[in-house]
Design a protein around this ligand. Sequence first.
Ligand SMILES: [Zn+2]
Length: 475
Amino acid sequence: MTYADRDLSLDSKKRKEKKGRDHFAHIPRFLSKQHREFASIFEAVNALPIDDTHCHIITDKDAVTTPQRFLERISLAGYAVPGYFPDGVYERWLHGDEVTRSELNKRFNIQPTLDAITYDLSHSVFIKFLVKELAEFLECEPRLEAVIEARNDRGRNYWAYINGLFRDVNYENIVLDTGYAEGHGAREIAQFEDAILPCRTYRISRIETLQRELFPLEITFEEFEQRYKAKLSEVLDGDGNYGKKSYGMKSYLLPFIGLIRPLHDRRPAEASWQSLRSSFDKLPSMDRESAFLVTKDLRRYTFTLALEECLKRNIPMQIHTGDGEAPEVILRNQDPFYLEEVVRFDHDNVMRMPKIIPLHAGFPSVGKAAWLSHIYPNCYFELSIMTPFVHQNLYQRYLQVMEVVPLSKILFASDAYHIPELYWLAGRWGKRYLAQALTELVVGGALGVDEAIDAASMILYKNNRSLYKVNGLPS
Ligand SMILES: [Zn+2]
């Protein structure tokens, strides 16, 4: 019997009771009416399927891990770790033998630096809460070391473990951003997609992935333009996204340049291409702001070409907003209001309504992302990063969002990466705290119970299906 089988073999009634009890344990004591309402709303919401509108591949790289490595891989602060040492040093240390590691420790102080970072991570409420939640799923003691030990045990059948996590919270569809894959390709993406079946995957393509291969080439601007356009149509209409088509595009431009003004004029883009040619070799030694400035107009132009293609096909563009993966991002550039010109996409002073999804709830500028979606009918609101990294107070954030964004435009997402438990936590906490927020709206008289359940269905999966024009049929 596999571990996944063991989970599935739990008698469903017992399992439901267990889950109900566990979820109540984390809810503050309500007045009794609220508590009763929560019980029925939670039961209905918890049974719903989930579609994840923005997330990433999981590989078997973290099948067996250590508490320290787990903390590093699950946290946003962990992205920055290699950046605190000269290029390539951390990778050599990570994969090196004892001698190499101790030599590199002496020269670069790697282990103590990592210890200090992960000590603080281990003292975050997020990790302490996660440990208790995972201990229930893994049926072990609620200590990080015990959780990692139980997890490593399951890691011997890692794909079944991942499948069990997906089924436990009822994922039915995911929209996979293939632009972050840690160097992995078609084989690993397909392996992940197979492992999570019957949950279906719909891929989206990242503009940066398409242009990354072209930026180093010594070709004319015209040729660059032609090749970029050909790649766009390959990913959108052919099988250019690692062997499959794409259902939308993704851009990572905002954290690089801030305010995005669309650029239709080829001339500034061509000038930017020429300065890229003359400074390409110097880019690695330039500071990040100066380096991004070199390609700013070129990237505005490729972004605009991609958005025109999305508009033609009436498919969405996801745009990285808020959040922040050091060391590349520039946090102050990620204000959701910097997307207004993109959302408008004016032509002859008429707004053209491309479907725009600012990602990561604009976190921490949640109110601005919500307000942008309130004002512009073609702008959506996506919940990832905030879900699951904000936890018990997630219900207050959901209330804030639902107060101004139409329920038909709010999209559930996890932004899960590296660690598959992020999918599970996002689903588990997303449903629990959405039910809690909806309970407040019901008790306050804003929504009837049926309307609240309809709202949850829209947010958790229906909006996603209508936006990407997928209905749950196999891709
Ligand atoms: Zn992401």
